[in-house]
Design a protein around this ligand. Structure first.
Ligand SMILES: C[S@@+](CC[C@H](N)C(=O)[O-])C[C@H]1O[C@@H](n2cnc3c(N)ncnc32)[C@H](O)[C@@H]1O
Length: 291
């Protein structure tokens, strides 16, 4: 197994290199990717006046949505490791005079304290499974929460119920060269939280209680535009950095490679329907945990 420091450095390096693709796709991802976190937002129901945290906020779309729910007197903080994405989030959502959500650069595993704490509600979409040392990251989160505050997060289940994700990687890497190393065992990656028993153990170790891990099947609806859809998936995935560095002809080959593997999810004239299997993770910070 790879040691934690190496995994953490690999994660930071990956998101630094992948950030330009996420920035380029920010509006599209907010729109098509909304079902990836909608169930968590429904469960969390942030209320006006609350303090809310969005872990791994990316380019800020979900933090902005939460900020509207807690307005006018509440606050929403988006935290992300990737500085370029945080800068983009600020540009996209900070209102004149500095109003709106607040965005902070930081690694949730190594932060001593999260600015804006204590939080009443914590949200995270598709990030917790990327933590190199999940108990460390989840403990930072729990410490940043008021006692009894609620956490709602989504993560992928496994590759079988998210077939578009490996398809996007395989179709592109045939043209763009090898992608970053695939995770081994419990190492961080898209499917590292596939086992609900493991997720429960990690949350208990970090001091959470009232833990729920619920399966949700959602569909990502995308337009019938293979260049748009394949570029979106490549740019937000492991081949994203190589794609952006590639010549236009190679980029076209990569898109075509992904399009072939995604054809079974396409209805001509209507669009793509990408089946997606999530866990909705819910929990509360435990009053008996050490601070
Ligand atoms: C799959 S993206 C999801 C982004 C956003 N939540 C969304 O759903 O659009 C994962 C995000 O988590 C961030 N991230 C990964 N590890 C992190 C860590 N240890 N601390 C803070 N952010 C992290 C990445 O920079 C990236 O923006």
């Amino acid at each position: 197994m790879t040691d934690t420091a190496t995994l953490r450095a690999r994660n930071a390096d990956f998101w630094g290199r992948t950030a330009p693709g996420w920035i380029h796709q920010a509006d599209r991802h907010d729109e098509i990717g909304r079902p990836l976190g909608a169930v968590a937002l429904d469960w969390l129901r942030p209320q006006p006046g609350e303090r809310a945290l969005d872990i791994g906020c990316g380019c800020g779309g979900t933090t902005a949505e939460i900020a509207k729910a807690v307005a006018p007197s509440g606050t929403a903080v988006g935290l992300d490791l990737a500085e370029a994405m945080v800068t983009t989030a600020r540009k996209r959502f900070t209102a004149p005079g500095g109003a709106g959500p607040r965005f902070v650069v930081g690694d949730v595993e190594t932060l001593d304290a999260v600015p804006g704490a204590p939080f009443d509600a914590v949200y995270s979409r598709m990030t917790l499974m990327l933590l190199a040392e999940p108990v460390a990251g989840l403990t930072t989160v729990r410490r940043a929460m008021r006692t009894g505050a609620r956490l709602a997060a989504t993560v992928f289940r496994d590759g079988r119920v998210n077939p578009w994700l490996p398809a996007a990687l395989l179709g592109a890497s045939a043209h763009l060269g090898p992608s970053p190393p695939l995770p081994v065992g419990d190492e961080p990656g898209p499917f590292a939280f596939a086992d609900p028993a493991r997720v429960t153990r990690l949350l208990i170790a970090a001091g959470f209680t009232d833990i729920g891990i619920h399966p949700y099947d959602v569909t990502l609806d995308a337009p019938d535009d293979s260049d748009l859809v394949t570029e979106w998936l490549i740019e937000i995935g492991p081949a994203g950095a190589a794609y952006r560095d590639a010549q236009p002809v190679t980029q076209g080959q990569a898109r075509a490679g992904v399009a072939r593997l995604l054809e079974r999810f396409r209805t001509p004239g209507i669009g793509y329907r990408l089946p997606t299997g999530l866990w909705l993770i819910t929990a509360r910070s435990d009053s008996t945990s050490a601070p």
